[in-house]
Structures are given as C-alpha cells and as structure tokens.
Design a protein around this ligand. Structure first.
Ligand SMILES: O=C(O)[C@@H](O)C(=O)CO
Ligand code: MG
Length: 253
C-alpha cells in the first residue's frame, strides 16, 4: 500500500520543496498539495526529481479565503475568475508533472451554480486532457465548509454525468464522506471506477488515521481488495510535529 503526503496539512512549517524531501524521508511514496502557487514550479519540479516522487494533485485557487471563498468554479457571477484559476492550475500541473487537479466549486447552490460548475469543468477537462491530467471534484462536509456547493457522492456523479468528459473523476475523501454519508464500504465498492483519488484522516478530529470512529485497517484493506493500488492521500491535521504522527504509516512500509 502506498501513501501520498498531503503537504497542505503535513510539514506546513517547511517550504514546499523541503516538505517534499521530508515526506520522502518519512517513507511516503508520493505527495500532493493544496495551493502551491507561491512556490515557483521549477523548484517543485526539482524537488520531485531529486526525491523520485510524483505530485498526485493540487487544487485550483480558492479565491479569498479570508473573505469566505473556498473555490471559484461554481460561482455563476465569477466565471472569469474560475477560468483563470483553471488556467493557472493546468499550467502549474503541467510544469510539475502533477497527475490531478481538484477543481474547487466554492460556496453556492442551485441550478445556475450547477450550470456554471459543469461549464467550468468541461473547460478544465479540455485544457487538461492534452497533458494527461485528470480533473477531480470533491464532496466536502458541511461542518467544516458550510455552504460548499458539493457535499455528496450522488451530486458528484450527477455533475460528472453532465460534464460527460473522459478525464473527470471523484476525489473520495473518507473523512468528509464518513461525516456526510457513512456506509463507506458499499460506496467505495460501487463508485470505485469513478474515483480518481482517495484521501484519509481520522473522524471526527481529522488527525492521523489511527483512531476515531473509522477503522482504517479495515477500510484500507477493503480498498486494496477492491483492486485500487494508487497512492492514498494522507490529508490530516497533525496537531503536533508531523514526524511524531507517523506510527500508522510505519505499519505499511
Ligand atoms: O478535503 C479537503 O479539504 C481537500 O481535499 C481540499 O482539496 C480542500 O482544501
Ligand atoms: Mg480532501
């Protein structure tokens, strides 16, 4: 079983290139991030080359987090910003060999928001396809991000059907989905062909995946038994130095 360190949460005290090196040192096979845009792509590319790791995913720019934004791509009155965020993400992903782009919807609801999201996602799929990049959409939980457009796998499937492009999949974050839906085993089994990336964290505290209401020794074995072999994203908030939270990983090394 392989794991990708989410550097949006892990080793946050380090700059992105050093965080990539720390992840390698700790035994992760790959990395992923949230918003890498302050670090020149060349630096990240070099750190990835040096460590032999792949950047599994990055997110489109969220907008102004301090002003409550959490994505721009399902906001009908901000289409230009959504497109610019997609262009930026595709350029960065292409420059760093990143495999997936999570296109962040933002806080909105209703038919117009869905229409805007579908249009932006089609645009993203078309822009990403020549580089072999997969577009992801991720349902989030309503405790952490009230008002976010996408909160269920049913809605994610509906959006993917409407987009109707070959390179769009679901980012299945077990933490969010346990909070919103539960029934992870059946959902993972049914959805697996449509899943492009899986993330994990303990529930409900979103720390390392070795405690809480989800038994990851069971869930991860199920994922492996279903034939999924891509790296699993460790997207958790360590709450102490990351190196002190890696006991769970050692079991798989
Ligand atoms: O689960 C999350 O919060 C992330 O995967 C994400 O992309 C938004 O930061
Ligand atoms: Mg996630």
């Amino acid at each position: 079983m392989k794991f990708s360190a989410n550097l949006g949460f892990l080793w946050r005290e380090l700059d992105l290139s050093d965080a990539i090196r720390a992840a390698k040192q700790a035994g992760f096979s790959d990395v992923e991030c949230h918003w890498p845009y302050d670090t020149p792509a060349k630096e990240v590319r070099e750190a990835l080359k040096e460590t032999g790791m792949t950047m599994m995913g990055l997110n489109t720019h969220p907008g102004d987090l301090d002003d409550g934004d959490f994505g721009l791509c399902a906001l009908p009155d901000r289409m230009d910003e959504g497109r610019a965020a997609i262009d930026q993400a595709v350029a960065y992903a292409n420059a760093t060999g990143t495999k997936c782009i999570h296109v962040m919807a933002g806080k909105s609801k209703g038919a117009e928001a869905a229409k805007a999201f579908v249009q932006n996602l089609r645009y993203a799929c078309e822009r990403a396809a020549p580089f072999g990049i997969t577009i992801l959409i991720e349902p989030l939980n309503t405790y952490d991000v009230p008002g976010y457009f996408l909160t269920s796998t049913a809605e994610a499937q509906r959006i993917i059907d409407m987009v109707d492009e070959p390179n769009i999949k679901i980012m299945f974050d077990c933490y969010h989905m346990q909070l919103m839906q539960g029934d992870l085993s059946n959902t993972l089994r049914d959805l697996l062909p449509k899943i492009g990336h899986i993330q994990i964290a303990s529930v409900p505290d979103r720390a390392q995946p070795d405690h809480g209401e989800l038994d990851y020794s069971y869930v991860l074995q199920l994922i492996a038994d279903l034939g999924y072999s891509a790296p699993i994203g460790a997207e958790y908030k360590p709450g102490k130095p990351t190196d002190q939270t890696l006991g769970w990983l050692k079991k798989y090394l």
